[in-house]
Design a binder for this molecule. Structure first.
Ligand SMILES: NC(=O)c1ccc[n+]([C@@H]2O[C@H](COP(=O)([O-])OP(=O)(O)OC[C@H]3O[C@@H](n4cnc5c(N)ncnc54)[C@H](OP(=O)(O)O)[C@@H]3O)[C@@H](O)[C@H]2O)c1
Length: 242
């Protein structure tokens, strides 16, 4: 399936994994609605890079996804400028420790609003614009099924995201395929020490952390696999088996 001229909407694509997915899809000729919250500079650099290299278009889309109004405006801007969305990747997320005893309702709501509520309402808004053959991908986490201590609300949001993906695969079939990807550590977390990264590598069967290209290979596989829907692709070097 050729991706050239197709339209992808990616959340959180100024930096890190979102950015890597955007760069890859631009190389395949896709036009990108490039959502960001704070990474305006990075998204404009992405736009310039795509222009300089004759790749697909980049439409910067600023939005705080905790706001329902902002989600609505983001979808309107994307579809008015680049037409119906062919691929939605829900990647933006928050990740920080929340040991039991420290969690306030504000922290709980904040994580659930961004990691779970926003992907649902963004998807609800975008699927109205999608044509048959379109795809939705939710980026979950191997910790959805193999939770880590001190991150209970985060792990719960990611587990719910896999459930949401499977529910929507049923509801949106046969026209739209819906899948999730559950990565293990592909990029060290902000501020992680070398010791923490080494420990993350040791907690895999393959003895190393992954890299953004591992996610990209899984993403391209799901986009191209026209008979796969409602699937959670775990890319974690065997972390989930330990
Ligand atoms: N990194 C890994 O190894 C790993 C492992 C397992 C799962 N994952 C999952 O993969 C996805 C990408 O991971 P990552 O490490 O690249 O992500 P990240 O750096 O933690 O965050 C991605 C983006 O989320 C955006 N964001 C934060 N708050 C927002 C808000 N209120 N509204 C809109 N956007 C907001 C930020 O955009 P701005 O920069 O524009 O503010 C940020 O760049 C996430 O869903 C994560 O849970 C990652």
């Amino acid at each position: 399936m050729s991706l050239k001229g197709k339209h992808a909407f990616i959340t959180g694509c100024g930096k890190r994994l979102g950015r890597s997915m955007a760069e890859e899809l631009l190389k395949h000729g896709m036009d990108i609605s490039a959502h960001y919250r704070n990474s305006q500079k990075e998204v404009h650099e992405l736009q310039e890079w795509a222009q300089t290299n004759g790749l697909g278009q980049v439409l910067p889309i600023p939005a705080d996804l905790r706001s329902s109004e902002a989600i609505k405006r983001a979808v309107e801007a994307a579809t008015q400028n680049l037409g119906p969305v062919d691929l939605l990747i829900n990647s933006a997320s928050d990740f920080y420790p929340t040991p039991i005893g420290s969690v306030t309702t504000e922290i709980w709501d904040s994580l659930f609003e961004l990691n779970l509520r926003a992907p649902f309402f963004l998807t609800q808004q975008i699927v109205k614009t999608m044509n048959p053959g379109a795809n939705v991908i939710f980026i979950s986490d191997t910790h959805a099924t193999k939770p880590i201590a001190k991150y209970a609300p985060y792990c719960a949001t990611k587990a719910a995201l896999v459930s949401l993906s499977r529910s929507l695969a049923k509801e949106l079939s046969p026209d739209i395929r819906v899948n999730s990807i559950s990565p293990g550590t592909l990029l060290a977390q902000h501020g992680a020490t070398q010791e923490e990264t080494t420990r993350a590598a040791q907690r895999t069967l393959l003895g190393r952390i992954g890299c953004p290209n591992d996610l990209i290979q899984g993403l391209l596989f799901l986009i191209r696999s026209s008979y796969i829907t409602g699937f959670d692709l775990v890319i974690d070097g065997g972390r989930g088996l330990l």
